[in-house]
Every structure is written in C-alpha cells, then in structure tokens.
Write a protein that binds this ligand. Structure first.
Ligand SMILES: [Zn+2]
Ligand SMILES: [Zn+2]
Length: 342
C-alpha cells in the first residue's frame, strides 16, 4: 500500500545543514518501484549537491544515492524486482530508454541525465525512494547491505573504467590510483582483482600501509619528488579519484607514451599541452556505469571478495556524517543505517 507521506533529511537551501523533512509520497509510474531504505552511503557528490556546486539543483534537496532497501511496492509494468526483494540503487534512478545512448545500453549517457538522478525528486536519506525498477538491482544474497550500498556508486564508478581501459589491455596493465579514499580504496581492490599491477598515489604518506593492505603493489606519496621521478613513464593508466588539488605535470609524467588519464572526480584541471601532445596522452572522463556493467560489477565484487571499509552511522546523524566526508575524515566510506520509524 502506498504511504501518504515520507520522512527524510533535506537541505532547505544551498550549503545548509540537513533537517528532518516530510514530503508527499511520489506516485508510482508503471515501471517504478518503491523501496524502503535500510542503508544509504554518503558520497562526495552529495556534498557537491548540497553546496549547489553544479548549480542545477532546486531546494529543498534530499540527497543520497548509495541505497539498499526492500521493494515495498511495484508498478504495473515492472518485470524485474518483486515485492520484498532486497535491491541496490545507485546514482541513476531512471533514463529515457529512447535516446541513442539508452538504445546502445549506455544509459549513464542518457540525453535526459539531468532528470535521471535517484535524488529526483527525493533521494536515499529517507525512509523510501521511488525509481524505475530497471535501475533497482538484485543483490547477491550473501553480500552485506552496507557493502552493497557503497558498491552502488563508488564501486561502479571505479569498476567501469577499469573494465573498459585496463582489462581491455592484454598484458598486465600498470595502473595508478590517485587518491586512497572512498573511491580509491575500492579502485585498488578491483584493479588488483582484475590482474593489474597497482600503484597507489596519495598526498597522505600515512596511508601507505593501508593502501598495500587493499592490494597496492607500490605506493607513492605525491610530495616525494624522487619517488615521482622514479615512476616516470611507468603507468598505462591513471585513475584520478580525488577532488583535492593536484600538481598535474609530475602526475602526467608517470604515464607511458599513449597512456590514459581517467577522471572520476571533479578536481580543477590545469594541464600543459606539450606533454599531452608529444606523449600522445588521452584524458577521459568516466561517469558511473551502465546497467550491464552494474550487474557484472556486483557479481565480480562478490566473487573476488571486494570489501569496502565502512563506518556505520545512524541516519539521524547525517549532518555529522557529511561533516566527516567533507573534511576527508571518513575511513573509508560512511553508510547511514535508517533509524527512522517507518
Ligand atoms: Zn556517488
Ligand atoms: Zn536516454
């Protein structure tokens, strides 16, 4: 039965703290499912959205897009998830299914992507969400919900480019993971499981031990000029997972000729063109992943024991969780457990 109203946590204005927020339960379209949220991860993209860094959101804004929950209602035309199923939902909650990209199975590139976010109209820091049932993914039974939650955005965001660019290279690809945080600690694990030789690159020298424990073969602290010079021309692929300031020239010098830099986050770009052109480097953005890659990623993560390191917090402490993410204090991902009366 449809609830008449839903409770969640929303920012009333750009940059403001999240407050309890009651809204009218969205009606279900034919392809939609309603999912009772049990867990929701906190992603740095939520912080960008709350701060209105993209200037595309309207407020009140109810973020949250690393969701796990149980299907509580299904639309008339839904053929996948069934009532009571435990599902995961990521950044994308729907797509037009008609544009050239959707027809190719690249739904993350949908022409209507601005309308496709799970937080349209309301996201996962809430008792329930409504999304297209084709974007609610069944989860492996043995996978803990907090693990699945983190995989829904951080996991797919790193797995998709590794599959596309690292696994496509026949010999053992040498991959550099820039940033050992929420995305980076997962990228190290996935890259290692895909057979890559992994170099973790971090501005925090103190993260070396943990980076190696996640599976990194090598570690470079960005301030270590000698180590950066020794790494020159060594890597096939660089995955940039950090939003912090980056000194791009020494970083790009770690790429082999014809190497590729993939941006997963939104750091400021200040690149010289000379090395880029003369070394024939490529720079690529990568945005979440399509539905097929999401299903592959979940199966691969389960098979290879990919385990995000998660701090659990009650959803009622969402502002404290956001503060910790904003200040880079999360180790390595925070997942909120819904403690609201449903
Ligand atoms: Zn995210
Ligand atoms: Zn589309």
């Amino acid at each position: 039965m449809s609830p008449s109203s839903v409770v969640g946590y929303a920012a009333r204005a750009a940059g403001s703290a999240l407050e309890p927020f009651t809204y009218e339960a969205p009606a279900l379209g034919d392809q939609d499912v309603r999912v009772s949220v049990t867990h929701c991860g906190v992603c740095y993209t939520d912080v960008h959205a709350i701060d209105d860094d993209y200037e595309v959101f309207s407020f009140p804004l109810l973020p949250g897009h690393e969701i796990v929950g149980n299907v509580s209602e299904v639309g008339r035309a839904v053929s996948g998830p069934k009532l009571g199923d435990r599902v995961g939902i990521g950044w994308q909650g729907r797509s037009c299914m008609r544009c050239e990209w959707c027809l190719q199975g690249e739904e993350q590139l949908c022409q209507d992507i601005a309308e496709a976010g799970t937080w349209t109209p309301y996201g996962g820091f809430s008792c329930s969400v409504v999304v297209d049932g084709r974007f609610a993914y069944p989860l492996p039974q043995a996978m803990p919900s907090e693990v699945a939650a983190v995989l829904m955005c951080a996991g797919i965001s790193v797995y998709s480019p590794l599959r596309a660019y690292a696994a496509a290279v026949p010999a053992s690809t040498k991959v550099g993971i820039v940033g050992v945080g929420g995305l980076g600690h997962l990228a190290i694990q996935f890259a290692r499981a895909l057979g890559c030789e992994v170099t973790a690159i971090s501005s925090s020298p103190g993260k070396e031990q943990e980076a190696r424990a996640f599976g990194a073969d090598h570690f470079i602290a960005v301030g270590d000029t000698a180590a950066m010079e020794r790494a020159e021309y060594g890597l096939d692929l660089l995955l940039c997972t950090t939003h912090c300031g980056i000194d791009w020239r020494p970083l790009l010098m770690t790429l082999k000729k014809n190497g590729r830099l993939v941006l997963l986050s939104f750091p400021r770009l200040a690149l010289g063109s000379v090395d880029l052109v003369s070394h024939q480097l490529s720079i690529t953005g990568s945005f979440i992943g399509n539905r097929k890659t999401m299903r592959d990623m979940l199966a691969f993560a389960q098979e290879h024991h990919i385990l995000p390191r998660v701090e659990l917090m009650p959803m009622s402490q969402v502002n404290e969780a956001i503060r910790r993410v904003r200040e880079n204090q999360a180790r390595y991902r925070i997942v909120l457990v819904n403690d609201m009366a449903v």
